[in-house]
Design a protein around this ligand. Structure first.
Ligand code: SF4
Length: 63
């Protein structure tokens, strides 16, 4: 199984990933993007977020 992770030090909180894939990414109350815990992630939508993230700070992690 794999899940996306975000390198928060590179994230500029542009919201693109939340717009592209709101089932997996959300804005936390503290103002950071966080990954929502899911059993299975929507691969195509996450790939789209990875492809379009302006700072390339989202990657898949094998878990
Ligand atoms: S698309 Fe990338 S830079 Fe923008 S909020 Fe998501 S993780 Fe951060």
């Amino acid at each position: 199984m794999k899940r996306p992770i975000i390198e928060l030090s590179d994230c500029i909180v542009c919201h693109l990933c939340v717009d592209v894939c709101p089932s997996a990414f959300r804005l936390s109350e503290s103002g950071f993007i966080e990954i929502i815990d899911l059993e299975i992630y929507p691969e195509e939508d996450v790939d789209e977020a990875i492809k379009n993230c302006p700072t390339d700070c989202i990657v898949w992690e094998e878990v």
